[in-house]
Design a protein. Structure first.
Lengths: 280, 259
């Protein structure tokens, strides 16, 4: 697992450097032709991989103090992670609640499902300032406003997958519960929710990475003072001088997304393992 | 009344009433089943035998007529949890181990953990799977899964067992073995059984009475009385078993001919 991840990183670096080397030899043209390469290979557009990696140990300014880029990114990521985590759980609760409501009343499903789909076509960038303005008018800290923005992304996969999962038991299983005179609620907890588990965890994984995306987009669009989004925005403005820094911060954001994905995978293993024991 | 297990009176069932796809599944059905009786429902596909079973089990409501079970409405009997049900597919919950599947109806009735464990142990012995309690359903063969489903249905000693082609998905040998097992379990308990099948030999071997249904709309064509007494594997070669099978077959042919 770790070995394949390492091999993948090495492969990406090799491709990056290989492409850059070819471009440098041919003057940014596809070898043997006059066709221009899609992306130029100069050091501003594509810094050397070793320069990007080296950037992680270079000191950068954070307010009045200076600290290595890696620690700087870690500090910013911690802030973003909090927003993402709150957004994730908020989206999870809202998504599950919507799924249960839609399961209970077909009318709700018919009325709500189209709107849930439409909700995801609204550009987040447009929505973010509205949410933040509301939040500030109601004395909500920006951190919570950003969590709301993240939740707006995360509730969607949870709601849709949970509904599919809750509806997954076949007619015979539902008839069996009916023959036991089981109430709707008992059927939900003994049959539908356990059956939905296989659908829920993949949705949680998508939601977790989306929560990071939502938090970063939220930070960028409202201009917070800290967080990974803020760091990315700052480095983007100074791209002409320090292109490696923007690449490093993007790698940091990807690493954060990967970590939350890993965390959910871990939770899945623990949760599935535990329920297996509990059912003896 | 007077202690009958099931009394079906003038029952009619129409699906999609008033729509273009209106189908009369059952019409003018009367049937009385005595306590402890084993009755099979047989007929060509589309004759409404599964619908009939679901009406008795209150999984469907009749359009007209009434279904009484142990002197109560079918609905009340379901609320009192008088039914055990077994379907063609075992329908075990794959996230529950075999014991937990058997204990599901007991759990819903609020039995204590110790009582549940004791009963599921008994049930596993009854269906001859004493060592498989800790397995997951997917680790068992189709026949074993169906035996677990029967154990689950019998665990709370239902007064009425409703079975919808429970052995339909099994191979011939397993099927015959399961039939023997079912009769053994039936004679050890005082359960009334209503059993849907499309197998002639199965109906003749298992039941006290075979109810032959005709299709479109589903009606009771005739009832064949069977008396094979104590049954075992030799019964399958008994002339009386052939006679009963022949009688059922002829009734089914008459149904096909529309007479």
């Amino acid at each position: 697992m770790l070995a394949t991840a390492f091999a993948a990183v090495v492969l990406v670096v090799l491709h990056w450097e290989g492409y850059k080397w070819v471009g440098q030899q041919t003057g940014d043209r596809v070898p043997g032709t006059d066709i221009e390469l899609l992306v130029d290979t100069d050091d501003l557009t594509m810094p050397h991989a070793k320069d990007i990696l080296g950037e992680f140990v270079v000191d950068v300014r954070d307010g009045r103090s200076t600290l290595p880029m890696s620690l700087y990114l870690l500090k910013k990521a911690w802030f973003t992670l909090q927003e993402a985590a709150i957004g994730f759980f908020l989206g999870l609760v809202v998504g599950l609640a919507l799924a249960v409501l839609m399961l209970r009343w077909r009318v709700v499903e018919r009325g709500l499902l189209p709107w849930i789909n439409v909700s995801q076509t609204v550009p987040l960038i447009a929505l973010a300032p509205i949410i933040v303005t509301w939040g500030r008018l109601n004395d909500l800290p920006d951190l919570l406003s950003i969590s709301l923005i993240a939740a707006y992304l995360t509730f969607f996969p949870v709601a849709v997958s949970a509904l599919r999962g809750l509806q997954s038991p076949n007619a015979a299983d539902v008839e069996l519960m009916r023959s036991y005179a089981a109430s709707w609620r008992t059927t939900l907890f003994k049959l539908r929710l356990p059956a939905a588990r296989a659908y829920l965890f993949p949705a949680f994984k998508i939601a977790a990475t989306l929560s990071v995306v939502g938090a970063i987009v939220g930070e960028i669009s409202i201009g917070t003072k800290t967080g990974l989004g803020r760091a990315i925005l700052e480095f983007a403005q100074r791209y002409a001088v320090f292109p490696e820094r923007l690449y490093a911060s993007v790698i940091g954001a990807a690493a954060l997304g990967l970590s939350v994905f890993g965390l959910i995978t871990l939770a899945e293993r623990m949760f599935v393992g535990r329920t297996r024991e509990a059912s003896t | 009344m007077n202690g009958d297990a099931v009394v079906v009176t003038e029952v009619e069932k129409v699906f999609g009433r008033g729509s273009a796809e209106e189908v009369t599944a059952l019409s003018g059905v009367d049937l009385t089943i005595a306590p402890g009786e084993f009755v099979t429902l047989i007929g060509p596909s589309g004759c409404g035998k599964s619908t009939f079973l679901r009406l008795i089990g209150d999984l469907l409501e009749p359009t007209a007529g009434s279904v009484e079970v142990f002197g109560k409405s079918a609905h009340q009997a379901r609320m009192d949890q008088d039914y055990g049900m077994v379907f063609q597919h075992a329908g075990l919950f794959d996230w529950r181990k075999v014991v937990a599947n058997i204990e599901l109806p007991l759990e819903l009735r609020g039995w204590s953990k110790a009582d549940r464990a004791a009963r599921s142990r008994e049930m596993l012995d009854l269906v001859k799977l004493p060592d498989f309690g800790g397995h997951y359903p997917r680790q068992l063969s189709g026949g074993m899964q169906q035996r677990v489903a029967i154990a689950r249905a019998l665990s709370f000693e239902p007064r009425l067992l409703l079975m919808d082609e429970p052995f339909g998905a099994l191979d011939e040998m397993t099927r015959e073995h399961m039939q023997g097992e079912l009769l053994r379990i039936w004679s050890e308990t005082d359960t009334t059984v209503v059993f849907v099948t499309h197998s002639i030999s199965e109906s003749a071997f298992l039941s006290n009475r075979v109810v032959v249904l005709s299709p479109r709309p589903g009606r009771i064509h005739s009832i064949v009385e069977v008396d094979l007494g104590e049954r075992n594997e030799d019964t399958r070669e008994d002339p009386r078993f052939f006679e009963a099978s022949t009688e059922v077959r002829e009734a089914l042919r008459a149904v096909e001919d529309g007479s």
